[in-house]
Design a protein around this ligand. Structure first.
Ligand code: DAH
Length: 342
């Protein structure tokens, strides 16, 4: 009886095969583990008459050895076939391969640099919503009823509701800050703005601005100029010249456009500055007393200056980028050039 069983198990071991880790495990369970048929043979020892115990024990030990040898062979075979499929294991002592990691987007880096410069001279950060009402985007900023900027061609209105639109500039945040805080106010508001314009190398319907606002007693145009001189030299380098050109904005009086000396030709004249030696980076001026009053600030007691600059424009000048569309195309060859900017 027992020897029949033993012969059968031996035959089974001889015929066993394994091509995968799963099959190997199945073999182990059947012939090697504590619950294996071989272990069961050892357990049967109890019921073997004493005089046969010795011979039986020898036979069972032989089966055990056979099972273990076969197991080794099968492990070898599975490993070899795995290596044939995947090649040899790599040298595990080699240093790890580095995975490519992302970098900071040039616009983010530029915004961060602008914020840093103004934070160091006492400006805090403020934000406002991208979906804005007419009051904060236009009316409180002294835009007359029929100002062209309010028209559909410039402004994206929400569901044809003339009162709700995507903000066309970050000047709307000025209004929100002045409504909610008392002077002295020194704040910087970077953010996304929207205009209904065709996309080209020089224009986009979504872009970024940074708004600055300083309201206190005795704030003067000289303060505005000095602040922007400081900014331009910190951002673009000590040699940078700044020029204020008289201009008009409904929310400032007087108003000026801010030009800096061309970063490419150093002011000699090239095709970036169209031969003038100067490039515009934004608008500025003294906050119109009407705007202060609209926001509940006493315009007899307080004065203020404000400015708004294009972040794309500043990045383009700083890094000599000639097409606005590059910022949003996510071309990795473009973006990779700005690795490690921050
Ligand atoms: N909001 C203006 C624009 O988008 C830029 C600007 C001009 C902002 C003058 C200002 C300012 O704060 O004083 O074109």
């Amino acid at each position: 009886m027992q020897s029949q069983k033993i012969d059968q198990i031996k035959a089974e071991i001889a015929a066993a095969n394994a091509k995968s880790a799963e099959e190997l495990e199945a073999y182990r369970m059947r012939f090697i583990s504590k619950k294996s048929v071989v272990a069961a043979l050892f357990a049967d020892m109890k019921s073997i008459p004493n005089e046969q115990k010795k011979e039986y024990g020898q036979q069972v030990n032989e089966v055990k050895q056979l099972a273990e040898e076969k197991f080794k062979q099968l492990i070898e075979a599975v490993n070899t076939s795995r290596q044939q499929k995947t090649g040899p294991l790599p040298d595990l002592t080699l240093p790890p391969t580095t995975w490519p990691i992302g970098g900071i987007h040039p616009l983010t880096a530029t915004r961060q640099r602008i914020v840093e410069i103004f934070e160091r001279i006492g400006f805090n950060l403020s934000e406002g919503p991208e979906i804005e009402d007419d009051w904060h985007n236009f009316t409180a900023l002294n835009f007359p009823e029929n100002h062209p900027a309010r028209e559909m061609q410039d402004t994206f209105f929400i569901e044809k509701n003339p009162d709700i639109a995507l903000r066309t500039h970050t000047s709307s945040v000025q209004v929100r800050v002045m409504e909610n805080e008392k002077p002295p106010i020194r704040t910087l508001s970077p953010g996304r703005v929207f205009r209904n314009e065709a996309i080209s190398a020089r224009a986009h319907c979504i872009f970024h601005q940074v708004e600055g606002l300083y309201v206190d007693e005795n704030v003067s145009f000289a303060n505005l100029k000095q602040t922007l001189y400081h900014f331009a030299k910190e951002m673009f380098g000590k040699q940078t010249q700044v020029r204020f050109r008289p201009s008009f904005f409904p929310f400032t009086e007087p108003s000026a456009e801010i030009d800096i000396s061309c970063q490419l030709c150093g002011g000699k004249g090239c095709n970036i500055c169209k031969g003038t030696g100067w490039v515009e980076i934004g608008g500025s001026g003294m906050v119109d007393p009407n705007v202060l009053e609209n926001c509940g600030i006493d315009s007899e007691k307080y004065t203020g200056f404000a400015f708004g600059m294009g972040i794309e424009r500043i990045a383009m000048l700083k890094y000599q980028i000639n097409d606005l569309r590059l910022f949003t195309e996510n071309d990795i060859r473009f973006l990779q050039q700005f690795r490690g900017l921050l």
